[in-house]
Design a binder for this molecule. Structure first.
Ligand code: HEM
Ligand SMILES: *[C@@H]1O[C@H](CO)[C@@H](O)[C@H](O)[C@H]1NC(C)=O
Ligand SMILES: *[C@@H]1O[C@H](CO)[C@@H](O)[C@H](O)[C@H]1NC(C)=O
Ligand SMILES: *[C@@H]1O[C@H](CO)[C@@H](O)[C@H](O)[C@H]1NC(C)=O
Ligand SMILES: *[C@@H]1O[C@H](CO)[C@@H](O)[C@H](O)[C@H]1NC(C)=O
Ligand SMILES: *[C@@H]1O[C@H](CO)[C@@H](O)[C@H](O)[C@H]1NC(C)=O
Ligand SMILES: *[C@@H]1O[C@H](CO)[C@@H](O)[C@H](O)[C@H]1NC(C)=O
Ligand SMILES: *[C@@H]1O[C@H](CO)[C@@H](O)[C@H](O)[C@H]1NC(C)=O
Ligand SMILES: CC(=O)N[C@H]1CO[C@H](CO)[C@@H](O)[C@@H]1O
Length: 325
């Protein structure tokens, strides 16, 4: 090979190598390798310690990361507390079940002890989501790129307008994801996050008791499943009781969400909506395959985890995750 073609090959490797990275934007694998080599291990250890005694946590962290990314990008804004003159994202109705903030704080404290001012809260959330779900498998289930920086603004109103509602139809779900540059494929894959965790009755009890305002049931809901749900959610106004979203498998991260969905056992209208469109129902079909689901979930999480991130010298590295510096 002469020198010219060598240069060309190197140029192509650099060029296409970079194209391959663009899904993560300016984020990188192992961003903290130099400045805080133990960062990822610290996050994993503390996360696993808590998940070992509390199996509801993976769902909390997965949802926390989703909510963070959909409001102002993945910038840790979901962690900020309200102040005297600002109602933060945390105050919004859709985040009722957000939890796990105490674990994020413990991780942050340990990181500040080990390498002060280096690791962002936004990255902690992204890593904790991955690590908590991975505990079940005792190995990392997807790569998380890092290098996010923390934002300083968190508004309740923005959570309300950016977090998709469980009452959304397919068109609105698609629009909500498109707003974040995410595709219908991402929508169907990431909805698979509902393979773990719980939902409050009031987010779906209209489907059981008053679907069109005539005291009726949603005809697209499996009748056997509906009567099981009615035994748990006894009234239309119950906003206290929770039920597992993936019936019979709500602590296990697996592709059973799609199996249930196909049997008309999607809990929310937004789950059931994935069967109302040809493109998305074909994707549901493909994701029944568990290995395929795991691969695609990792890819879509990488794309979601890169939504409108702050990098470089934008934003800050918070000292405490619940308040700006
Ligand atoms: C597609 C649009 C989505 C809608 C409309 C939606 C809606 C909801 C609702 C209403 C709940 C129940 C909250 C409660 O009752 O406390 C919930 C829970 C949950 N969501 Fe979603 N979600 C969506 C997408 C996602 C995505 C993309 C993820 C993550 C990849 C995710 C992960 C979760 C998890 C893990 C829970 C369980 C939380 C817990 O157990 O506390 N969701 N979602
Ligand atoms: C993380 O946990 C492993 C296994 O218990 C341990 O060997 C390692 O020292 C821990 N690392 C840190 C940074 O705490
Ligand atoms: C919000 O209130 C705090 C005092 O609680 C004050 O210091 C700050 O300037 C106010 N910020 C805005 C944007 O009004
Ligand atoms: C498990 O974690 C959830 C969410 O942080 C919390 O509400 C619950 O009290 C915890 N349960 C136990 C047994 O610690
Ligand atoms: C979906 O919901 C939106 C907003 O409520 C509505 O405008 C639209 O007509 C609905 N689309 C379909 C196909 O039902
Ligand atoms: C998408 O973004 C636009 C502009 O920010 C907003 O008006 C609209 O409500 C969003 N749609 C959904 C479904 O989130
Ligand atoms: C069912 O919906 C209709 C129309 O929205 C409403 O008038 C009625 O009060 C609802 N029924 C119950 C039990 O809430
Ligand atoms: C549940 O509903 C009651 C009565 O409508 C209301 O006062 C309360 O704030 C609601 N609680 C939650 C957690 O939404
Ligand atoms: C975790 C958290 O801050 N949840 C809040 C969600 O919104 C309700 C009110 O809408 C607050 O009471 C919760 O504290």
């Amino acid at each position: 090979m002469n020198n010219m073609s060598l240069v060309l090959v190197i140029a192509m490797v650099v060029f296409f190598g970079h194209i391959g990275d663009t899904e993560g934007g300016d984020l990188r694998k192992n961003f903290y390798k130099g400045a805080c080599p133990l960062a990822e291990e610290i996050v994993k250890n503390i996360t696993w310690k808590h998940v070992a005694t509390n199996s509801s946590l993976p769902a909390k962290f997965l949802r926390m990361h989703f909510h963070d990314c959909f409001v102002r990008g993945c910038d840790g804004s979901v962690l900020l507390d309200s102040t005297a003159n600002n109602s933060a994202e945390k105050a919004a109705i859709p985040n009722l079940s957000l939890a796990g903030f105490d674990v994020i704080d413990e991780i942050k404290e340990k990181l500040e002890e080990t390498c002060p001012g280096v690791v962002s809260c936004a990255d902690i959330v992204a890593l904790a989501a991955r690590d908590s779900v991975s505990f079940q498998f005792k190995k990392s289930m997807w790569d998380v790129l890092t290098g996010r920086r923390d934002g300083s603004i968190s508004r309740e109103s923005e959570a309300l307008s950016n977090i998709p509602s469980p009452f959304f139809n397919f068109t609105s779900l698609k629009q909500s994801f498109a707003n974040k540059s995410l595709t219908v494929h991402d929508l169907v894959v990431l909805s698979g996050g509902h393979t773990i965790g719980v939902g409050h009755c009031n987010f779906f009890s209209n489907r059981l008791y008053n679907f069109t305002g005539k005291g009726d049931q949603d005809p697209s809901l499996n009748p056997t499943y509906a009567s099981q749900l009615k035994a748990q959610c006894k009234t239309l106004s119950d906003n206290i009781t929770t039920v597992g979203m993936d019936p019979g498998s709500s602590l296990s991260f697996d592709s059973h969400y799609y199996t249930a969905l196909k049997q008309n056992q999607g809990l929310f209208q937004s789950d059931a909506a994935l069967l109302t469109n040809k493109e998305s129902s074909k994707i549901v079909e493909e994701l029944l395959d568990q290995e395929g689901f795991f691969t695609e979930f990792g890819r879509s999480m990488k794309r979601m985890g890169a939504v409108q991130v702050l990098t470089g010298s934008d934003g800050e590295i918070r000292k405490k995750c619940n308040v700006i510096n």
